[in-house]
Design a protein around this ligand. Structure first.
Ligand code: NAP
Length: 362
């Protein structure tokens, strides 16, 4: 089969013949129809993000595929099923604290790295093998919509955060970083889950206006001024009072004070989820005031990725049209143009703009 191989960080991906993956117990082999290329893929493959990816590797974060062969332990999946392949692979030998690798992309800690050596290659290939439990049928979705559906992985990230916050229909949600790729997806998912009101916070007024025009009156926007007191007052006013849930998904370069300003708009007994990268490159800590947390009985939790059942539930939200994947602009590339796709994704990084690789389209 053909696959795009990263031989070394900083080199272009090489499309060439590699051996077909064979099916092993506990695994499923699929033909990859569509896989989303993230805007920062070039930073991963160039080495700038220092991801623990070990070349040579076929990169790529899951996607939409058709089942070719199942292992002897699959009881429901059958060849020909159209499926969502989740790249979040968990070790099976620790129920409480499983190691995690994002197959073909990244991993966490020594255990995650070890796992990535077995589940090594991702979806920038005609065919891939992945753990049976990472494969989810999408039902009678039109194969022509595979590219659009391959963006599920972007929506799954904030969905994991909202599930972690036990976010409920009718509640108010503030998204800090709403103008970004994952932040804009958080706005869409919050609305799909029945948010009474979503406060979208960012700096780019044009994108904020687009969010309001796209999603309507439940979205209230706040353009940051950089003046903490003023920004906090604007966010609270936009929320119609202190917020039920605050989701932060700002990137590493942002000052922790920007996060704190948004976090402290949460109501008494409210919930905060931290999903961004602030602090990962050093700098001042978030430093939320102890008395404020205690006196207001605020819950703060971090969330990386999402639980397994989020996959099946988000597929149902999309199938029901509550999460409308038709809103996404999609640009598709064949496998042979993988390096063009990576460059295109970097140059077209706006909200609801998806770059997709279709490895079996010729
Ligand atoms: N927890 C998880 O499971 C998980 C999974 C995937 C990604 N992430 C993390 O999510 C984060 C966001 O990724 P992304 O791809 O969505 O980023 P992105 O598209 O680049 O979005 C960046 C956002 O941050 C805002 N921003 C940037 N600098 C700012 C500043 N100085 N002050 C205020 N706002 C600022 C931008 O606002 P404007 O555009 O309006 O200026 C935009 O809303 C990353 O840290 C990534 O690692 C987490």
């Amino acid at each position: 089969m053909l696959a795009a191989v990263l031989d070394d960080f900083g080199t272009p991906l090489d499309v060439r013949e590699v051996p077909d993956p064979g099916v092993r117990g506990g695994e499923v082999v699929v033909d990859v129809l569509a896989t989303c290329v993230l805007p920062y893929a070039s930073e991963v493959f160039g080495g700038a993000r220092r991801y623990p990816l070990e070349p040579p590797v076929v990169p790529g974060l899951g996607g939409i595929a058709r089942v070719v062969t199942t292992g002897p332990d699959a009881t429901r999946l059958t060849p020909g099923d159209l499926v969502w392949c989740d790249a979040t692979v968990r070790s099976r030998d620790d129920a409480n604290t499983p190691d995690i690798t994002l197959q073909g992309w990244s991993s966490r800690g020594d255990g995650g790295l070890r796992l990535s050596r077995h589940f090594h290659d991702g979806s920038f290939a005609e065919r891939m093998s992945l753990p049976t439990e990472c494969v989810y049928p999408v039902g009678d979705v039109d194969e022509a919509d595979a590219a659009r559906w391959s963006a599920l992985g972007i929506y799954l990230v904030p969905y994991g955060g909202l599930l972690a916050a036990d976010f409920r229909a009718g509640e108010s949600l503030l998204v800090s970083g709403a103008t970004g790729n994952f932040g804009s997806a958080a706005v869409a998912v919050g609305l799909a889950m029945g948010a009474g009101r979503v406060v979208a916070v960012g700096r780019d007024r044009r994108v904020l206006d687009d969010l309001r025009a796209r999603f309507g009156a439940r979205v209230h926007t706040v353009a940051l001024t950089g003046e903490a007191d003023e920004d906090q007052a604007s966010m609270t006013a936009a929320g119609g009072g202190p917020l039920d849930v605050v989701l932060d998904i700002l990137p590493p370069a942002v000052d922790a004070g920007v996060v704190r300003t948004a976090v402290m708009t949460v109501r008494e007994y409210g919930r905060v989820v931290l999903m961004g990268g602030v602090g990962m490159l050093g700098g001042a800590d978030l430093a939320l005031p102890y008395p404020w947390l205690m006196r207001n009985s605020v819950t703060v939790r971090g969330q990386w990725m999402y639980p397994r059942d989020a996959n099946a539930r988000l597929i149902e939200l999309a199938r029901a049209g509550l999460l409308d994947l038709r809103q996404d602009g999609v640009h598709t590339f064949p496998l042979a143009r993988v390096n063009d796709a990576i460059a295109y994704a970097a140059d077209n990084a706006g909200p609801f703009v998806r770059t997709v690789l279709a490895p079996n389209a010729h």
